[in-house]
Design a protein around this ligand. Sequence first.
Ligand SMILES: [Zn+2]
Length: 440
Amino acid sequence: MSDAQGLHAVRGRIVHCLHDPGEGDDRNALEVFDDGVLLIEGGRVARVGPAEDVLATVGAEVSVTDCRGQLVVPGFVDVHIHYPQTDMIASYGEQLLAWLERYTFPTEGRFGDAAVAADTAGFFLDELLRNGTTSALVLGTVHPESVEALFQAARGLGMRLAAGKVLMDRNAPEYLRDTAESGYRDSRELIERWHGVDRLSYAITPRFAPTSSEAQLERVGELATAYPDTYVHTHVAENRAEVAWVSELFPWSRSYLDVYDCYGLVRERALYAHCIYLDERDRRRMAETGAVAGFCPTSNLFLGSGLFDYATARSDGVKVGLATDVGAGTSFSMIRTVAEAYKVAQLQGTALSPARLLYLATLAGAEALAVADRIGSFREGNEADFVVLDPTATPLMARRHAHTESVEEQLFALFTLGDDRCVKSTWLQGACRYSQSDRA
Ligand SMILES: [Zn+2]
């Protein structure tokens, strides 16, 4: 279907964001080619523009994948997801702390078995691709084997992916605990083996403050300083009971975020999932350090955690990426996730524009992971990760689509009504890695 090294053209309605459309919905943020061509060479974007113009510059022998009638957008970027929770998604009836005890910990306990890890990692990455997600920041379990399996599988696909072993030395079952020392050692070994290999990056991953002792957080801080271009990936201020627990465990801290800050973990390339119960000082601290908030709407609704205030976070200068947070999140689909983000913002008096929804699913994630110079848009030279979406995937969508005029209307209807059924194909570095027609 494609040759990652040769010249290859994809023709369709091409839409991508050049920057955040912002509150004012800046019209220049969205670049649209109604009949466009994405020209790929050596796995990278060589050119994007009107089909007529681009095709005129290449020889007749160039292979063209015809996606006219469909949308070609950059691959989706999911900035916070737990791959070991794939098998326990949609577990009933608890809020965060009880949900972890009852469902999460027993499931994660199985990942010391390399065969379980490899099997789940393969399914998980296929599921990302089936949903149009081409990059993700992923949590493993406490077991180094879990991350080893995921990196191996992602490397085989050529996927841009970041992941890390969970660090957790207290307030968790014995079978899921490391120690300050072993967690440090295992993380460092994984960094040395995987960070920067092909498109893989390592994320130093304390689960959340309650499950790490002060001794462990100190070691985590040392790692984060020693390896400044790795990610730091954790949770903060998701649930009221959790926030109260943190203030008991760390009575000296000014706030939950402050615990991490005291260990040097609030920095560039640090991703904090949830950020629901932060105050202005916390947000200011995130903005000045470049730390990123992970907006997880389906998870926050599912566990009854609360509503992330996207508008305030952005106006305070905090970078925000969108995330499914599977398995508390209820879908792998960034299309479903964007639709729920819209509703969460609506409940707080903000209507996110269609362009901003596309931004959240694509470029915002790339910016959150500090890789916007490589993915998230079709800028020349970027890695050609993209997804082909069918805006008429269901009878209702087809009917609604017939009544749309602008690309903004089409995008909005697709995000509101769509899901994995819209994903026709998913491409990594110019190579097709998932095609709906292969499964039909
Ligand atoms: Zn999470």
